[in-house]
Ligand binder design. Structure first.
Ligand SMILES: Nc1ncnc2c1ncn2[C@@H]1O[C@H](COP(=O)(O)OP(=O)(O)O)[C@@H](O)[C@H]1O
Ligand SMILES: [Mg+2]
Length: 393
């Protein structure tokens, strides 16, 4: 390699180290810091000047696990990664969840020259996890609350009505009136509690806005890849770059794809493969009276899991239907509901022993021109669509 090429290469490497999202810390064979990139400075709250040439123990006195990992890496000359969550303590700010990996550095001559420690920020993934757990719980509560409300509200109305009748029949000076009033008041109170519970638990109505579906899918794949890292599930994402923004609720769509990917990842064996493909389907057009025909965007989630038996396939969208020991059986019910509110279709094709493909087909609606009064997004009515009909397994 020529000198000029070497300089060029160094420049590129420096650029990469300065811009990469991972914290990169290089240490020599004595465990002294030789490189501390900007992301590492941001994660640790320690400047490059403070860090350089100091031994790892001195720089991270409160992180014995990190020090041990580095020392083991230096001693053994092997790559070690700890995918579990490691809490990086920092001055003045909350600890940062990171994953750690150590790799040996070799010179051109083949001699070992210390190690590189890589810190990967897990906070965004943790954040997503938290939101999703909460949403899952809320959706479950929503179905329970709706069921309960239905069971309780009607008889409660009857009790209140009967108490009111009784109250009217009683003479004004009757001592029993105190009891009928308590009955009416208490029935109203219970009704209020149920309504409050329903408000709290019922998922909020969809808020339609322009959504970059590629961004949603990227985030969901990123999160699920992390969640199923131990199972070594291989996630592939194949996006058509020409896909235009569509009208949808980004949070609801995220939830839908998380449910589909999670089901796929739970279905496959170790080292299983999940493919997410998003493309414009020109074979079908969405058309509604008064609007131009619009193409359909299709997202497919394919897995190479055990598949679903033909007799089971109709049941999987039923609330509480689950074949998992700890499954809620609500994931696909929620997906179906979200698809409906988007005027989209959710189909499934499964070949036992080969795998399952869920496909979500959503019409691409152009945003209204500026001078036209904006109307809320209306779901497609079935007669007006030429979307693919639900495929029979
Ligand atoms: N990709 C898939 N491969 C095989 N079976 C699936 C797949 N997706 C869903 N299922 C089946 O559908 C059932 C219902 O799924 P879901 O509504 O998400 O509930 P849960 O995941 O809590 O069981 C699952 O228990 C499983 O039997
Ligand atoms: Mg599920």
């Amino acid at each position: 390699m020529t000198g000029a090429n070497d300089t060029e290469r160094s420049k590129i490497i420096c650029g990469v180290l300065d811009n990469i999202d991972e914290g990169i810390i290089a240490l020599d064979a004595e465990g002294r810091i030789t490189l501390f990139n900007p992301a590492a400075q941001m994660f640790t709250g320690i400047s490059e000047k403070q860090a350089l040439h100091r031994p790892v123990e001195e720089l991270f006195p409160e992180q014995p696990d990190l020090v041990k990992l580095v020392r083991t890496g230096i001693k053994s000359g092997r790559s070690i990664s700890d995918h579990g969550e490691f809490l990086l303590r920092r001055p003045a700010t909350a600890p940062l969840p990171v994953s750690l990996a150590v790799s040996p550095i070799y010179r051109n001559s083949g001699e070992r020259d210390g190690v590189v420690l890589i810190l990967h920020d897990l906070s965004r993934i943790k954040e997503l996890e938290k939101t999703l757990r909460r949403r899952d719980r809320l959706s479950m509560l929503g179905v329970l609350a709706a069921g309960l409300a239905h069971e309780i509200k009607n008889p409660l109305g009857g009790i209140k009505g009967a108490a009111q009748l009784l109250d009217r029949e009683l003479a004004e000076d009757s001592g029993l009136k105190d009891f009928t009033r308590v009955m009416i008041r208490e029935a109203e109170r219970v009704n209020g509690i149920i309504e409050e519970l329903m408000d709290l638990a019922r998922p909020r109505p969809a808020r339609m806005e322009e959504v970059q579906i590629a961004r949603v899918l990227n985030d969901v794949v990123l999160f699920q890849r992390e969640a199923f890292r131990k199972k070594k599930v291989d996630f592939l994402l194949d996006l058509d770059p020409s896909i235009p923004p569509l009208l949808g609720d980004p949070d609801h769509l995220t939830q839908l794809f998380v449910n589909l990917l999670k089901n796929a990842a739970e279905a496959v064996n170790e080292n299983g493969r999940i493919e997410v493909v998003c493309r414009i389907c020109h074979d079908f057009n969405y058309s509604k009276a008064g609007t131009l025909p619009a193409p359909v965007i299709v997202v497919e989630v394919k897995d190479n899991g055990p598949g679903i038996a033909t007799e089971e396939i109709e049941r999987i969208f039923t609330p509480f239907y689950s074949t998992k020991a700890k499954g809620s059986g609500l994931g696909l019910t929620i997906c179906q509901k979200i698809a409906e509110e988007h005027g989209a279709l959710l189909n499934v094709v499964s070949h036992p022993a080969k795998g399952t493909t869920f496909s979500f087909s959503i019409p691409f609606l152009r945003p209204k021109p500026q001078n036209e009064k904006k109307k809320p997004f209306e779901p497609a009515d079935n007669e007006a669509t030429s979307l693919p009909k639900k495929e029979k397994p």
